[in-house]
Design a protein around this ligand. Structure first.
Ligand code: ATP
Ligand code: FE2
Length: 336
């Protein structure tokens, strides 16, 4: 092994197949290809997602090496997201990783996807943050405490991104709905007229189904979509910010970091910034390629785990498996 540590990261928990190279904690490349449906409806047929990942894997892997300017013999270990996620997607990733591990005779490092979202905050300066993880399938407020990443609050029904996408689809906007709803909200001429929606937060947990029902009823009655989009964002993001603020107060931590695709939303970012400055808390938000599902965060956490001795030799690949339902607080954090 050279003195530099080079890690290949592979991400396949959901729509995205990603491959990235991280060397001594520096991101050298971060490539991806996401499964989409032709009609833009975003529904996921498991067999097809698996097929997608199998088809694009060699190409995206080659691209990651090329962009990083390295050859595969330089890779010391392969980190891959083995949890949590959709089983067919995870299986496609694991099959690719095991084959490569056997071929290159290098170890693998199984990584929890949610924890990786949090740890990539490191690259923008967050050292011990509370994370608001707002993506398609996940909405959680996570922070480190006593050897584990604890979930302080989470959605009791849908992930916030899936909630927004479902509403957008109902309104005929196609998939993904988040960016379109954001634009409609920004352009809305009715900002002074916030429509009251069922604000639903219990402790640090949130729920969206009541809001969904109300939004659909109003849309059916002919309410303006811009005004609805604006009111939806104000209400839902206020819930997320309030839950995050409570987690900050509860843990006494002094940093907030954002993660997940919904964190790309500029209004959510703005509301988080305001809350942080009012509380005297530092605000951190990685760039979009590191917010959405990506392999760089897997390689980045993979490097930390690998250096802490957490890896499985290529001779024992039968001990490596996917864990579709692993919870954030199931992970023993021994690398910190
Ligand atoms: P995960 O497995 O982490 O849940 P995912 O594939 O569902 O991942 P991401 O790639 O993190 O999710 O993000 C996709 C989601 O982000 C979609 O629901 C999309 O609508 C939402 N999104 C993207 N940009 C915006 C935006 N500007 N405003 C609101 N939502 C957005
Ligand atoms: Fe994610």
């Amino acid at each position: 092994m050279s003195s530099m540590v080079t890690i290949l990261g592979i991400e396949t928990t959901a729509h995205t197949f990603g491959a990235a190279i991280v060397q001594d904690k520096k991101i050298l490349s971060n490539e991806k290809d996401a499964y989409t449906t032709e009609d833009g409806q975003g529904g996921m047929i498991p067999i097809e997602v698996r097929k997608h990942h199998e088809v694009v894997a060699p190409k995206i892997y080659a691209l990651a090496l090329e962009s990083a300017g390295i050859t595969e013999d330089k890779i010391d270990a392969i980190a891959f997201s083995n949890s949590p996620g959709l089983a067919p997607s995870l299986l496609a990733g694991m099959a690719f990783v095991k084959e490569l591990s056997a071929k290159l005779k290098i170890p693998v490092v199984p990584v929890n996807h949610c924890v990786a979202h949090l740890e990539i905050g490191d690259t923008v300066g967050a050292k011990d943050p509370v994370m608001l993880y707002a993506s398609g399938a996940n909405t959680q407020i996570i922070a480190y405490e006593a050897g584990k990443y604890r979930v302080f609050g989470e959605t009791l029904d849908l992930g916030v991104g899936n909630f927004i996408d479902t509403f957008a689809r109902f309104a005929g906007l196609g998939f993904p709905g988040g960016p379109k709803i954001q634009k409609l909200a920004e352009e809305s001429k009715n900002k002074e007229e916030l429509i009251e929606l069922p604000y639903s937060i219990k402790g640090m947990d949130v729920a969206f189904s009541g809001i969904q029902t109300k939004l659909r009823n109003l849309l059916d009655k002919g309410e303006d979509l811009g005004r609805l989009s604006y009111s939806m964002q104000e209400t839902v993001f206020a819930m997320l910010v309030e839950a995050s603020e409570r987690a900050l107060a509860h843990t006494g931590k002094k940093e907030l970091v954002l993660g997940g695709g919904v964190a790309c939303n500029s209004r959510l970012q703005e509301m988080c910034k305001i809350m942080c400055s009012e509380r005297g808390v530092k605000y951190f938000c990685p760039e979009r390629p590191l917010l959405v599902d990506n392999a760089a965060m897997i390689a980045y956490l993979g490097q930390k785990m690998f250096e802490a001795g957490i890896s499985t030799d290529h001779k024992h690949l039968d001990m490596v498996d996917i864990n579709p339902r692993e919870r954030t607080d199931d992970v023993e954090v021994t690398w910190r």
